[in-house]
Design a protein around this ligand. Structure first.
Ligand code: SF4
Length: 270
């Protein structure tokens, strides 16, 4: 059984996003593993995206990628377009002062949580550190929405906390390789004030998670978003949530003392 007092829980940017969007959705997804089977079209896109990431990693490591490209015209056109749009990233000048690593992994402990990040590519020299992320979905999101995404906030936060770089010398760039026309990028710079804001928001969210986990062990479900929320419109758990609301109403009528209900075991996070 997972104990929130003694165990360090691993948390990713995706989990923070979900927790912020709807805590109940987080409960269903990570504590109860209730994800529905994904649709084949979505899975195919995910596989193609993963293969692009793998190719970029192989390229960075100096491994041959020609045979993979020949076997897949979609990957071939993405790589060609990206090489054209960002030649310095694909074929860097040899420079022993610069650190480059694909799939760069870092962790940072905050409270009882181990925040984990994986940068698709990290390029760092004695002045600045640049985080890169590849996206293979067609339409780049709105920049302010992307700035609020926990991937942007957490990735730069963890680098500032785990390195010597000042926030002002850290940046994060998303490359959208499948944008109509040619690959596009969205870049974010960082600062002390953004770093302080992220620290505050992160601690608030993790404090809430700790409370919700403790309550969950005593039979209380994670909070739902208001019924009118747009998050429910596309949520795979909509039906389950309706049922839960009916069940909760019944429980409240029949069993007013919820503390008599046996404790629920939590399964470990994915
Ligand atoms: S249906 Fe709404 S309240 Fe229920 S998990 Fe989904 S987003 Fe949350």
């Amino acid at each position: 059984m997972l104990s929130t007092q003694t165990q360090i829980l691993r948390i990713s940017q995706g989990q923070l996003n979900l927790l912020e969007r709807c805590p109940r959705q987080f409960q269903h997804t990570y504590l109860e593993n209730l994800n529905s089977p994904s649709d084949p079209e979505h899975e195919e896109k995910q596989t193609l995206g993963s293969r692009f990431h793998l190719l970029m990693q192989q390229q960075e490591m100096g491994l041959p990628i020609h045979s993979f490209l020949q076997a897949d015209t979609q990957l071939q056109s993405w790589m060609a377009a990206f090489a054209n749009a960002a030649p310095k990233i694909i074929t860097p000048a040899i420079d022993h002062q610069t650190f480059r690593e694909s799939e760069h992994y870092r962790t940072l402990q905050v409270q009882d949580y181990l925040l984990t990040v994986i940068y698709d590519l990290l390029i760092a020299d004695n002045q600045q550190a640049q985080i890169f992320d590849w996206k293979t979905y067609p339409k780049p999101p709105n920049k302010s929405k992307l700035a609020r995404n926990w991937q942007t906030r957490l990735y730069m936060y963890v680098l500032a906390e785990t390195s010597e770089y000042l926030p002002e010398n850290i940046s994060m760039t998303y490359w959208f390789v499948q944008s109509a026309g040619k690959p596009q990028n969205i870049q974010f710079t960082y600062s002390h004030s953004l770093h302080a804001q992220t620290a505050k928001k992160l601690n608030q969210l993790l404090n809430k998670l700790t409370t919700w986990l403790e309550n969950y062990q005593h039979g209380e479900l994670f909070p739902q978003v208001p019924e009118s929320s747009q998050a429910c419109d596309y949520c795979q758990f909509a039906q389950r949530c309706d049922l839960t609301q009916v069940a909760e109403a019944l429980i409240n009528q029949v069993l007013p003392h919820l503390d008599t209900i046996q404790e629920v075991s939590l399964s470990e996070f994915k």
